[in-house]
Design a protein around this ligand. Structure first.
Ligand SMILES: *[C@@H]1O[C@H](CO)[C@@H](O)[C@H](O)[C@H]1NC(C)=O
Ligand SMILES: *[C@@H]1O[C@H](CO)[C@@H](O)[C@H](O)[C@H]1NC(C)=O
Ligand SMILES: *[C@@H]1O[C@H](CO)[C@@H](O)[C@H](O)[C@H]1NC(C)=O
Length: 291
């Protein structure tokens, strides 16, 4: 996919093209990370396979700070109970940050759930669960993570389903100093994934296959050869060098806010923010949410 100029100023593109990566070719951006015999790429579509021997996964060759990453996924068709397909960003180490999409399979004809979670400095426990407004196993749909210094936004077909806003001024941690890789995997999680773990994976229906296409990373690349401080300096532009640093990207626009309210009103199944048995004290980031 070509890099589009989001902001024009006096006829010039405001952001620099240097170190932005955007492409639809899997092998330029990603590589299989485990169970290579369960990963198949035909030049257009990539398939990850889960059977009773193994799941599979792939990861980005580079790490990134800020930007937007999108992949189109067609989830396991038919009986997907017990399986989890994940698409996520993560940094390394015990104090890692992580932004997760986890698609929880179900028995034939029953709906998938999408669980999102956010880890900051190694701590997660920020689960939300949603149903979708379409069957994600019938067609490819675009799943994206937008990340800048103001917010992390999870999007499904460009509709925001979750926002984690930077509230550092209120003492709430926000992930903004670790470069992250981009990953996907499929694995067996029948101890918890489907109907609370009551429905187990039926291996007679294996292999379970998730399909991918439309790989796109539009972010600030952090070469491993460059040290952490220099990468952070390059990627944390305060002058709006990158499109995701433009003021309009600091929060959802009105239309997107309405979309998010709709999703949360109609499709929210679980929200850790309102789970008072787990969190008698409301987590700080949940206070004063506008939605
Ligand atoms: C994808 O990129 C790789 C590595 O640059 C190249 O060898 C391959 O021909 C490309 N494939 C397609 C379908 O463009
Ligand atoms: C995996 O499933 C296949 C086909 O159902 C079966 O033949 C094989 O014994 C199983 N292997 C293991 C390790 O369970
Ligand atoms: C699976 O289907 C059941 C019954 O419709 C539903 O309660 C559940 O939320 C669905 N999703 C998962 C992941 O269990």
């Amino acid at each position: 996919m070509a890099i589009s100029c989001k902001i024009m100023l006096l006829g010039f593109c405001v952001f620099g093209l240097v170190s932005l990566v955007s492409s639809a070719n899997f092998s330029e951006l990603f590589e299989p990370s485990w169970a290579l015999d369960h990963v198949a790429y035909d030049g257009e579509q990539l398939k990850l396979k889960l059977d009773n021997y193994s799941g599979a996964g792939f990861g980005s060759k580079s790490k990134y700070m800020f930007g937007k990453t999108t992949v189109q996924i067609k989830l396991v068709e038919g009986d997907s109970a017990g399986t989890v397909t994940a698409f996520y960003m993560s940094s390394d180490g015990p104090n890692h940050n992580e932004f997760d999409f986890e698609f929880l399979g179900n028995t034939t004809g029953e709906p998938y759930l999408v669980q999102t979670n956010i880890y900051i400095n190694g701590v997660g426990n920020r689960e939300q669960r949603l149903s979708l407004w379409f069957d994600p196993s019938k067609d490819f749909h675009a799943y994206s993570i937008l990340w800048n210094q103001h917010q992390v936004v999870f999007l499904v077909d460009e509709t925001p389903i979750r926002v984690y806003t930077n509230k550092e001024k209120k003492g709430v941690p926000f992930p903004k100093d670790q470069a992250m890789g981009i990953y996907s995997s499929i694995w067996n999680a029948d101890d918890w994934a489907t109907q609370g773990g009551r429905v187990k994976t039926d291996w007679s229906h294996a292999p379970f296959v998730a399909s991918y296409k439309g790989f796109d990373i539009n972010g600030c690349e952090c070469p491993v050869s460059t040290n952490v401080v220099d990468n952070a300096k390059k990627c944390s532009s305060t002058q709006g060098k990158y499109w995701w640093d433009q003021p309009v990207m600091a929060e959802l626009n009105l239309h997107q806010s309405h979309q998010l309210m709709w999703v949360q009103a109609k499709h929210m199944i679980y929200d850790y923010c309102t789970d008072t048995s787990r969190f008698p004290v409301t987590p700080a980031e949940c206070e004063h949410r506008r939605w």
